[in-house]
Design a protein around this ligand. Structure first.
Ligand code: ADP
Ligand code: ZN
Length: 217
C-alpha cells in the first residue's frame, strides 16, 4: 500500500507515520528526517539542504525529488511506502505522479491531518524530539516518562532548531503558500480523507485505521 500523510508542521504527521508504517508493514519515508540526518552527517546533500531547513524554507524541488526517487527505488519500498512530509509543493506532487506512472503504480490513500493554526503553534513550541530514534514528544500532551529522556531508546530529547518562534512562523507561512494547495489537488484525485488532527494521537490513529478498514492491512 502507498500512502501520503499531508498536513502542516505540527499537525502530527510524524507521530502518526511511525505507528501507521508499522501497522501497514511499509517503509516510512520522512523527508524532514532524511534531511536532518544528512545535515548531521555533513553529506553533500545535507550541506546543500542545511540553509533551507535552518531558515524554515523548502529545500528546492529538484533536490527533494532526486532524493525521494532514489529512496523509493530501494527494495524496502517495493511492498509500499508511507510518505511523511512529501510532497510539499504541487511540482513535487506532479513529479511523484510521473515517477509512479512510469512504474504503473498509484497512491492508495492520502490522509490530510487538519489542525488550526493556534493549535499548531502551541504544539510546535512544546515539541521535543529524539535524535536517536526520531520519536516525537510534546511536553503538554505526550510527555516522556522521565524528563528529557526518550522512552523508547533512552536518548536525550532536544528541541528542533527550526521550532524556534521566528523560523516556526516562516514554516507556517511557507505551508500556507506552497503546501496547502495540495489539499485541493489530492481531494480531486480520489481516496482522500480529511482527519481531525486536533484530537489526541490515539484517536487520530483510530480514525485513519477506520478509513483503511476495508483495505488489506
Ligand atoms: P515539519 O513538518 O514539522 O515542518 P519536517 O521534519 O517535515 O518538519 O521538515 C523540516 C524541514 O525540512 C522543512 O522545513 C524543509 O526545510 C525541509 N523539508 C522536508 N521535507 C521537504 C520537502 N518535501 N520539500 C522541501 N523541503 C522539505
Ligand atoms: Zn529515542
Amino acid at each position: 500500500m502507498r500512502v501520503i500523510l499531508l498536513g502542516a508542521p505540527g499537525s502530527g504527521k510524524g507521530t502518526q507515520a511511525a505507528g501507521l508504517a508499522q501497522q501497514l508493514k511499509v517503509a516510512r519515508i520522512s523527508t524532514g528526517d532524511i534531511f536532518r540526518d544528512e545535515i548531521t552527517k555533513k553529506t553533500e546533500l545535507g550541506t546543500r539542504a542545511d540553509e533551507y531547513v535552518k531558515s524554515g524554507r523548502l529545500v528546492p524541488d529538484q533536490l527533494v525529488l532526486n532524493m525521494v526517487f532514489k529512496r523509493l527505488d530501494q527494495s524496502d519500498c517495493s511492498g509500499g511506502f508511507l510518505l511523511d512530509g512529501f510532497p510539499r509543493t504541487v511540482d513535487q506532487a506532479e513529479g511523484l505522479n510521473s515517477y509512479l506512472a512510469k512504474k504503473s503504480l498509484k497512491i492508495d490513500y492520502v490522509f490530510y491531518l487538519d489542525v488550526s493554526e493556534d493549535v499548531l503553534i502551541q504544539r510546535l513550541s512544546q515539541r521535543r524530539h529524539c535524535p536517536g530514534c526520531q520519536m516525537v514528544y510534546n511536553l503538554l500532551t505526550n510527555p516522556p516518562q522521565a524528563d528529557s529522556v526518550c522512552d523508547r531508546c533512552g536518548g536525550k530529547l532536544i528541541s528542533r532548531g527550526d521550532d524556534e518562534p521566528n523560523t516556526l512562523k516562516k514554516r507556517l507561512m511557507v505551508y500556507q503558500e506552497l503546501t496547502s494547495p495540495l489539499v485541493a489537488y489530492y481531494k480531486a484525485s480520489g481516496h482522500f480523507a480529511a482527519i481531525d488532527g486536533a484530537k489526541v494521537a490515539a484517536d487520530v490513529a483510530q480514525e485513519i485505521a477506520g478509513h483503511l478498514g476495508g483495505a488489506k492491512i
